[in-house]
Write a protein of this length. Structure first.
Length: 193
């Protein structure tokens, strides 16, 4: 059975410099969950539009893809925000892509994705913010926290580039702080709530 649209728990991962390896390890280690869609938003080169799915390596049953405009959100899938587009979640249960101006010099922007989830009033979601060299994601994660969603931030001392987690922690105290090797555990905890 495929869980789709608003029945799906959205687990959102945001990161920039220093987040690729922790996110790749998470994807390779995360047990398959039919009712969960994982959405990865990482800053990446605008000119590099191929290879990110392949670079994530093997998974435990997940379907990994870069969504197109109007791609239906389905459980059991890992969606990677495409290069040079903002990725948004629509209330009707699909993704949309935007070429609006970069936010914090970034497109895709983590803030844009997280704020879209809040704006869509998605029933169940959680987000984790990882290593990065700018403040993108901090405000969006704070908005998710204020809206009642589960939030987690990588410990700045564990992050290769602590600017992004520090920016979030300067705004609020998330539900969990984590080290990269505990990211699967944090996700499974969020799903159990």
């Amino acid at each position: 059975m495929i869980f789709q649209r608003r029945d799906v728990y959205l687990w959102l991962l945001g990161g920039s410099a220093g987040s690729f390896n922790p996110i790749r390890r998470f994807i390779q280690q995360m047990p398959f969950q039919v009712h969960v869609a994982i959405v990865v938003c990482m800053h990446r080169l605008r000119s590099l539009r191929m290879g990110m799915v392949e670079a994530m390596g093997g998974t435990q049953g997940w379907v990994v893809l870069e969504p197109d405009d109007k791609t239906i959100i389905q459980g059991g899938h890992i969606y990677i925000a495409p290069a040079d587009y903002h990725l948004l979640v629509e209330p009707e249960g699909y993704f949309s892509l935007s070429v609006d101006e970069p936010v914090h010099f970034s497109r895709p922007s983590i803030d844009v994705l997280l704020e879209a989830v809040v704006g869509a009033r998605w029933p169940r979601a959680g987000a984790a913010l990882l290593s990065g060299a700018n403040k993108d994601g901090a405000w969006g994660l704070y908005r998710m926290y204020r809206a009642g969603y589960f939030t987690a931030v990588q410990e700045p001392s564990d992050a290769e580039m602590p600017t992004m987690p520090q920016a979030a922690l300067s705004l609020f105290e998330p539900h969990r702080r984590f080290t990269a090797d505990r990211l699967v555990e944090v996700c499974l905890y969020a799903l159990s709530l």
